[in-house]
Design a protein around this ligand. Sequence first.
Ligand code: SF4
Length: 456
Amino acid sequence: MKNLRALKEAKPFDPSWPRYSCALINRSCVLPCKMCLNWKNQVDGPGDKFKYFKKYIESLADFVEYPMEINIMGGEPLMEDWIFDLIEVIEESGFTSIISTNAYLIDDKKAKQIMNSSLRVLGISLDSIDSKIHNFYRGKPDVTQHTFEALRLLEKHKLSSRAPVVDILTLFMKKNLDGIIELVKWVDKNKFVSNVAFAALLNSILPSGTENWFNRDEYKDIWPDDAKKVHEVIDEVINMKKNGSHIVNPVSQLEAFKEYYKNPIEFIYSTPYSIRDFVIEMEPTGELYLSGYRLGSINDPETLKEKWHSKEADKIRETVAKYGSESSRSALINFICVFQEAGNSESGCSTTEKDFVDYQSRKGFNCQKQGDYRQAVEHFKKALEKRPDSPDLHIGVAYNSLKLEDYKTATQEYEKAFQLNHKFREEFIYNYNDAVRGLSEMLPDNGKLFRKETGK
Ligand code: SF4
């Protein structure tokens, strides 16, 4: 079990900022699924939820230095009309937006809105391509029909390569095991759907701490009690993954699923708790959670950064590391990035240097667009620390410095960009001349020398 050992030995993450964030924007749902009770909870509490979540994203952007993924979840997140405004806030902050949905509400209008938005990944639940099984688990006779119609409409509105990636989300459960391989083959053949991402079934219908919840009556049609069969199916999924099938999960995670399904409680408690200390969540009420423990509210006077580095947060981390709790620990199995880290894959919860540069330049451009030239310079400079030979980043510093009337920096940065890319001289010559003119007018001779030399 080499991969599981790798996971157990994975180093804890740098605690300077969260690595992953969930925005649980509602608790209501339109489907009465067998493995979840969200649909029974149709009340999300008072307050302007968009306002809370906008503040949450902006507070994260104040201290997170990497292009963190923000997973917009529910309930059913597409029940909220303001979700598209939230996507824009997330993307403008330089983060990556992901929605997980049951697709039941995706009609022509919504499909168009989704495909024209800046969303990066749309994850659609589909437990089986056998409609009887998917409908059974999702609790309505027309769910599969809705899902396939939603996929057709989304494809119809896919107009550019910048449209969101569409993935299928599938849980390993008792009745869908026989159809898992067929589902992967269907994804492989489908030109519109990109990947399938598997997840393990967690306890979400019995109180946290219920002993052997998976053996209880409530789980008799859901929990796959034939561990041998689970192993065989997952082994075949691993083979398909190794042969190029479009499966998101790393092999190490698929291996860990096998351990988990043998005995979830033992798996959860024997695995060091190395990730959810660095996952932050916000509820629709504005309540903030670190590792399942309340960390306050977005409406508190302290900033999120202050909360993240507070004594209270450290206390939570200590508690979780020592004792954990079933509900907070169990989610570990479904964090893909932990397994990518453990397998030393390039992309994991820690991002690469390229991710950092892309993120800082994206933030730089967004600040520039909003007229915040000082912040734009800061972001381009941070990116330049990693990529000093990028002419585009030098242009970013130059242009925003020009706007700030910092002619000296602007002139120097344009010159560096021209040295690195000769074509830029022609493209940016007017801006460069403005910078040189500005600089010369600051000199004691008040620009006479500049005018004499350039004839301007
Ligand atoms: S599993 Fe998802 S779709 Fe089903 S009730 Fe829960 S939140 Fe809704």
